[in-house]
Ligand binder design. Structure first.
Ligand SMILES: Nc1ncnc2c1ncn2[C@@H]1O[C@H](COP(=O)(O)OP(=O)(O)O)[C@@H](O)[C@H]1O
Ligand SMILES: CC(=O)OP(=O)(O)O
Ligand SMILES: [Mg+2]
Length: 407
């Protein structure tokens, strides 16, 4: 029998999320996370299917060590990386530039292109590369597939993808809007159509992916027509630690008047801005707790976050012309009822409203939170980037895929 298992690695700047899936029935054999990589105490949590979660804290200095720790945990379940049941390893790769529009089997040329894109995804692509190289070293015989965050957004029209700067300069440096979180936007827009009982081709959806990184997208009939992140994952919404949109002249001002270097400003805008820069916390749970205690800084940070979100909802209503659904997803979108309520408050004129009781319901299933009969459906639609990466990986190299590829 051909192997049917796929290991998915989602390497972030300081974390690795992973899942081992059996594609014959979609079951999750293991789910886990290594976080705070490179800090004094990193943490690993590994949950085998049907078993107790195992957790430990200790030093995990880099992504190579993280992946070796993941391999060791899987081996304890008798499902190590040496298992003959493994069909492929699927990797989330954040920046694929304009080149990669589809999931791609990784070879040296693909690795070189991911490396070339490091300057436009400095927090993400290096971690993705280490994950790939470590996995290759552990299983050189196994196909490794890259699934790109940018791929879903390659359908954006030029009017949305181009910045209004000198065309020759932009083209010489490949400056354009690429967009990210595409695997999530693709999965959630399809799942939203399913929730409405319609085909993806028949619905227009605004997807709000609100995690630590956050982005919005406008999806018309299953194709992305605009998204809030740009050349890098810094543009757009207010995020956990990133500023999102601002006047680009802030950068010149900080250089000329503030005496800061380009690298210092990069770190400021990517790591010390957004919610953490505004109030010292980037976790929405903590911000809500502080607001409940009357903390003014936390309140202002929340209000700025919501104001930006509203602007994007309004903009994408205009981009799409007709909106069938707005879907909230990722850590904040799936869990924070106050964020969903505030984001939609006052938008009745656009056909948007949230039912208080439905919004308060917690759960893992996709669900509607708009009042019955609302013109636009508002929904909570849990994302599943790992399953989507596994599905795309298996389609490419699984039993049917690999055979027909070479034909
Ligand atoms: N119960 C909750 N209520 C509000 N916010 C939450 C909750 N659980 C998680 N979050 C938010 O979700 C964020 C993480 O989202 P996630 O999608 O996992 O992000 P990433 O993939 O970027 O690490 C946390 O930083 C926190 O702000
Ligand atoms: C592209 C991006 O912002 O990813 P993440 O949310 O995982 O940081
Ligand atoms: Mg994420």
């Amino acid at each position: 029998m051909s192997p049917t298992r796929v290991l998915v690695l989602n390497s972030g700047s300081s974390s690795v999320k992973y899942q081992l899936l059996d594609m014959s029935d979609g079951s999750r054999l293991a789910v886990g996370l290594v976080e705070r990589i490179g800090e004094e105490t990193s943490r690993l949590k590994h949950t085998p299917q049907g078993g107790e979660a195992r957790e430990w804290s200790g030093a995990v200095p880099d992504h190579e060590a993280a992946l070796k720790a993941v391999a060791a945990e899987l081996a304890k379940d008798g499902r190590g990386l040496d298992s003959p049941d493994l069909a492929a390893i699927g990797h989330r790769v954040v920046h694929g530039g304009k080149h990669f529009t589809e999931p791609t089997v990784i070879d040296d040329a693909v690795l070189a292109e991911i490396e070339r894109l490091i300057p436009v995804a400095p927090l993400h692509n290096p971690a993705n590369l280490t994950g790939i190289r470590t996995a290759q070293a552990l299983r050189p015989d196994l196909p490794q597939v890259a699934v790109f965050d940018t791929a879903f957004h390659t359908t954006m029209p030029e009017s949305a993808a181009r910045y209004a700067i000198d065309v020759e300069t932009a083209d010489a440096h490949r400056i354009r809007r690429y967009g990210f979180h595409g695997t999530s936007h693709a999965y959630v827009s399809r799942a939203t159509a399913k929730l409405l009982g319609k085909a993806p081709e028949d619905v227009n959806v605004i997807v709000l992916h609100l995690g630590n990184g956050a982005s919005a997208s406008a999806v018309r009939g299953g194709r992305c027509v605009d998204t809030s992140m740009g050349l890098t994952p810094l543009e757009g919404l207010v995020m956990g630690t990133r500023s999102g949109d601002m006047d680009p002249a802030v950068i010149f001002h900080l250089m000329r008047v503030g005496g800061m270097s380009a690298d210092e400003i990069d770190t400021l805008l990517n790591n010390r801005s957004g919610l953490i820069g505004l109030c010292g916390d980037n976790d929405m749970r903590e911000i809500r707790r502080r607001i409940d205690e009357g903390d003014e800084r936390a309140r202002l940070a929340f209000d700025i976050y919501i104001h930006r979100l509203k602007k994007y909802i309004g903009a994408y209503c205009a981009v799409l012309g007709r909106v069938d659904a707005v879907a909230f997803t990722a850590g904040v979108g799936e869990n924070s009822a106050p964020v969903r309520e505030a984001a939609v408050a006052g938008l009745e004129g656009l056909g948007l409203a949230v039912d208080g009781e439905l919004n308060a319901v917690r759960g893992d299933e996709a669900r509607l939170i708009s009042p019955a009969g609302a013109r636009v459906a508002v929904a909570v639609v849990p994302t599943d980037e790992e399953m989507e990466i596994a599905t795309q990986t298996y389609a490419l190299v699984g039993k049917d895929g690999m055979g027909s590829e070479g034909d």
